[in-house]
Design a protein around this ligand. Structure first.
Ligand code: ADP
Length: 402
């Protein structure tokens, strides 16, 4: 494909928001970034952050994604970086669910959009918004290469025995039930960045990545290949999260329905939006949970301990899955910022070769860094994630490959 541009616009369209970054692939510079939030509500907000110059905020109604994306395009155009600029090589779209079909970044055409649409039943909250973002962007620049980068793709290498739930195969296949995993772009980026930090080839490194943000997931990456991850058919499985329960006995769904009289939608709402840290203590921000726990608040203490305990169960499990662990990488909002969580996750694991050096752990930095002592058999690191850069790189690479 002939393109001389060096810039990629990364779009992440959610149900009521659009986040974007314009990245120059020559040096990774963010020429502009921003978000539109509360799309469809009476009062929405656009925040545009150019690399140079003042941030620009606009509070008004954005009726739909079309209006929101056009407003983003206007902001970029005001900085002479509009969608029609020749420097723009491609648009990279974050798409949450790629199912079994999309295991690599994919050049978007009508058939690809139709296939992403076909996956809506397994990703009802995310794929519709992703598709809207793609459609609006394509209507604005039909000639420009646009690439879908899937959150599930990095996990497509899970062995069948890890990807399947132990349920009737025919029923599972009929409804496309299996463990897909999410946050794949982050796990991929962070596992590679960890190898870079250690000066090692990703192909020779076994890494456990702990992506602890609002949503949270763990993955086991063997020689650059993902072999286990904690999220499943949906992003509900696995770790305790901000508002999601993570693992529960599926029998509690029947119990709450039959005995508790809750509808399926109410249980969905309970497990996805009123559980996790929020459900246990009323706060879903780890800063607040830690502050309260340190002040002696028992509910917050319990929430913190449950959160950490679940991570340690996965850490131990993935240790056994990998056989040999070279590095544990903490990333995303909590993983990058909470020294308390990192210390608690790694406490008393010297037998496994895992420990953190308190002074290194306490240091605040935006850089990837090692926090384990030099004698540690396993390197423990804090590795800031950068999903947008990963999407941009995959998009740019594909456009130049075709
Ligand atoms: P998202 O999943 O929305 O991308 P992030 O990765 O940005 O989320 O993580 C957001 C979460 O990170 C917040 O809800 C908060 O709990 C946590 N967080 C952010 N800063 C800190 C901090 N300094 N200490 C502890 N937790 C933090």
């Amino acid at each position: 494909m002939t393109t001389t541009g060096t810039r990629v616009l990364v779009l992440n369209a959610g149900s009521s928001s659009v986040k974007y970054q314009l990245i120059d692939m020559l040096d990774g510079a963010r020429l502009a970034s921003g978000l539109v939030e509360r799309i469809g509500e009476v009062s929405g907000r656009l925040l545009h952050l150019p690399l140079t110059g003042e941030p620009r905020e606009s509070v008004r109604r954005f009726a739909d994604h079309d209006g929101a994306l056009r407003a983003v395009a206007d902001e970029l155009a005001a900085d002479l970086m509009g969608l029609d600029s020749p420097e723009l090589a491609a648009i990279g779209h974050r798409v949450v669910h790629g199912g079994m079909r999309f295991t690599r970044p994919t050049l978007i055409n009508d058939a690809v959009v139709a296939e992403i649409r076909r996956l809506i039943p397994v990703a009802p909250l995310h794929n519709p918004a992703n598709i809207t973002g793609i459609e609006v962007a394509r209507s604005m620049r039909p000639d420009l290469p646009q690439v879908a980068v899937f959150d599930t793709a990095f996990h497509a290498t899970l062995p069948e025995y890890a990807a399947r739930y132990a349920i009737d195969r025919k029923t599972a296949d009929e409804h496309r039930v299996r463990r897909y995993g999410f946050h794949g772009t982050s796990h991929q980026y962070v596992s590679r960045a960890t190898a870079r930090l250690l000066g090692r080839d990703p192909a020779e490194l076994n890494v456990i990545v702990l992506h602890l943000g609002n949503g949270a997931s763990a993955s086991a990456v063997a020689g650059g290949v993902c072999v286990e991850t904690s999220m499943g058919l949906t992003p509900l499985e696995g770790l305790v999260m901000g508002t999601r329960s993570g693992d529960v006995d599926p029998g509690l769904v029947f119990h709450l329905h039959r005995v508790g009289g809750l509808s399926i939608d109410q249980i969905d709402d309970l497990l996805n939006r009123r559980s996790g840290l929020l459900g246990l203590c009323g706060d879903n921000d780890m800063r607040e949970v830690v502050r309260r726990a340190q002040g002696g608040d028992e509910d917050a203490g319990l929430a913190f301990d449950s959160y950490v305990h679940r991570i340690r169960r996965y850490l131990g499990g993935y240790y056994a899955v990998l056989g040999r662990v070279d590095a544990v990488a903490f990333t995303a909002g909590v993983g990058e910022n909470s020294a308390e969580v990192r210390a608690a996750v790694c406490a008393n694991l010297e037998e496994l070769g895992i420990s953190v050096e308190p002074e290194l752990n306490a240091m605040r930095s935006r850089q990837a860094r090692v926090i384990s002592p030099t004698y540690g058999r396993v390197t423990v690191a804090v590795v800031p994630t950068d999903e947008e850069l990963e999407i941009a790189q995959q998009t740019f690479a594909l456009v130049h490959e075709v």
